[in-house]
Design a protein around this ligand. Structure first.
Ligand SMILES: [Zn+2]
Length: 423
C-alpha cells in the first residue's frame, strides 16, 4: 500500500475512535476564562503516548500548558506545523442550554457541547492527522510538528504567541495548517486585523436648561460616530494576488455563503463597531463626559496607520475629544499567498469529497495563525462550519468533523511528499 492508501485506510477504519476522542474531549471543561486546560492536556498526552509520539510541554502559566510534538522523516524536506487550541468560550448561563454543555452527546449526527465547533473538532482532527503522519514517518520526507495551545480565547499571550516568540526553532516551520471553523466551502488564507481605540469627550457640562453654557458630550459623540463610520468607505490597496483572488465571483459567493449574506463586502472593507458608549449621569444635566470604545476591523490592504490618520483628521475637528489606542494587530502580515501550494492541496482534497472546490477567502475574526504570519510563515485555515460557535447548545456535524480530518491528513501528506522533489 502507498502512504496515501494507508492514510485513507486509517481515516476510514478509525472513525469510531476519532469520534469517541472528540466526545471525551468535549466532556473535559476547558472554558476560558478561567482557561485551565491541564486535564485536557493530560488527555492529549495519553493519546500521544499510546501512539508512541514524543512531546514536551511549554507552560509559562501552569494552568495553561502548551504541547509541542515533533518528528522527522528519514530524509530532509519541508517542516509542516499543525496548530489547534484546547480552550473554549465560557458556557455563560447554563440554565438556557437544552443540553449539558459538557455532554458530548450525539443527536441527529451532531456532537453537542461547548467548544465542539471552536475548536475541539478541529484540534482533535489535527491530533489524529499528526498520529497518522507519524505512522508514515519512514516514508515521508521532512518534519511534522503539532502545537496544541491554550489561551487562544483570551489573546494567545501564553499560548501560540508565546510559542512563536520563545520556541521559534521548533514551531515556526515552513507552513502551518489550522482547523478553526472556516466553513467547509472556504479556505482562509488571511484575516482582518483589529484596532481598538478609545475616544474620550470632555466638556464643562451643566444644567440641561442652560444648553448655551456648555456643549453636550453625548451630542458630540453622536457626530463623532457618524464621522467615524465614514472610515468604512476607505478603499483597500490590496496586494495583486489578494485582489485577483477576492474579486472572483465564485470567491465572493463562497464568502457570502461562509460568512453570511453581505460577508463578502465586509471582508474587504473596514468595519467600525461602537462597542461601548457611555455618557452622562442624569436626564437633566448636560453630559460633561462621554467615552466611546471603537473596534475597527481592518481588511488586507488598509494599514493601521491609514486608519489612525483618518481618525486624527476627524478628531482635529473636535478639540474636546482625546484618543487612546487600546490594541493594534499587525495588518501588514495578516495574509498568506492565496496561490500558495497548500491552498491547492486543501482545495483539491476537499473537492474530491465535496464535488466542488472550497474558495480562498479572508477571515473576519482572528485566529492564532496571525502569530505565524507575523513571522513570515504561510498559514491556512480549513475547518467545520462556524455556525453556532460560542452559542447556546453549540454542536458540530460528525460528517464535517470526519471531512476536516480527512482533508487535512491528505493535504499534509501531499505537501510533505511534494517536498521530496522541491524542498
Ligand atoms: Zn478558536
Amino acid at each position: 500500500m502507498s502512504a496515501r492508501e494507508k492514510l485513507l485506510h486509517w481515516l476510514d477504519t478509525e472513525r469510531d475512535r476519532q469520534l469517541e476522542f472528540l466526545r471525551a474531549f468535549t466532556r473535559i471543561d476547558t472554558c476560558n476564562p478561567p482557561g485551565d486546560t491541564t486535564e485536557a492536556a493530560d488527555f492529549f498526552r495519553r493519546f500521544l503516548d499510546a501512539e508512541g509520539l514524543t512531546y514536551r510541554t511549554e507552560a509559562p502559566q501552569a494552568a495553561m500548558p502548551n504541547l509541542i510534538s515533533s518528528f522527522a522523516g528519514p530524509s530532509p524536506g519541508r517542516h509542516l506545523v499543525l496548530n489547534g487550541h484546547l480552550d473554549v468560550f465560557p458556557v455563560g448561563d447554563r440554565s438556557v442550554w437544552k443540553r449539558d454543555p459538557l455532554s458530548g452527546d450525539i443527536v441527529d449526527g451532531r456532537v453537542y457541547g461547548r467548544g465542539t465547533v471552536d475548536m475541539k473538532c478541529g484540534t482533535t482532527a489535527l491530533l489524529f492527522v499528526h498520529a497518522y503522519l507519524h505512522r508514515l514517518r519512514d516514508e515521508l520526507p521532512g518534519r511534522v510538528t503539532l502545537t496544541v495551545v491554550s489561551d487562544e480565547e483570551t489573546g494567545g499571550k501564553w499560548g501560540a504567541d508565546w510559542l512563536v516568540r520563545n520556541c521559534a526553532d521548533e514551531v515556526l516551520g515552513d507552513c502551518v495548517l489550522n482547523t478553526e471553523p472556516s466553513g467547509i466551502h472556504t479556505v482562509r488564507f488571511g484575516e482582518k486585523s483589529m484596532l481598538w481605540v478609545r475616544f474620550r469627550i470632555a466638556v464643562p457640562g451643566g444644567h440641561s436648561a442652560y444648553p448655551h453654557t456648555s456643549p453636550s458630550a453625548n451630542k458630540i459623540a453622536a457626530t463623532l460616530i457618524r464621522e467615524l463610520e465614514a472610515i468604512e468607505a476607505m478603499a483597500p490597496d490590496e496586494p495583486e494576488a489578494v485582489r485577483q483572488t477576492l474579486e472572483r465571483a465564485e470567491v465572493q459567493q463562497a464568502a457570502d455563503r461562509s460568512l453570511g449574506e453581505g460577508g463578502a463586502g465586509v471582508m474587504r472593507r473596514v468595519s467600525v463597531n461602537i462597542g461601548v458608549l457611555q455618557g452622562g449621569v442624569k436626564i437633566n444635566m448636560l453630559p460633561a463626559e462621554c467615552v466611546l470604545d471603537v473596534d475597527f476591523r481592518l481588511p488586507v490592504g488598509i494599514p493601521r496607520a491609514a486608519v489612525m490618520e483618518a481618525v486624527a483628521a476627524i478628531v482635529a475637528r473636535h478639540p474636546m475629544v482625546s484618543v487612546e489606542e487600546l490594541l493594534a494587530g499587525n495588518p501588514e502580515s495578516t495574509w498568506s499567498d492565496p496561490t500558495h501550494e497548500m491552498v491547492g492541496h486543501l482545495t483539491r482534497n476537499a473537492a474530491a469529497a465535496l464535488g466542488y472546490p472550497p474558495q480562498p477567502i479572508v477571515s473576519l475574526g482572528g485566529t492564532d495563525t496571525r502569530f505565524w504570519r507575523r513571522s513570515g510563515v504561510p498559514a491556512f485555515v480549513y475547518g467545520c462550519s462556524p455556525a453556532g460557535m460560542g452559542g447556546i447548545d453549540e454542536s458540530v456535524s460528525v460528517a464535517e468533523f470526519h471531512h476536516v480530518l480527512r482533508v487535512h491528513a491528505l493535504a499534509a501528506c501531499d505537501y510533505l511528499m511534494a517536498g521530496a522533489s522541491a524542498p
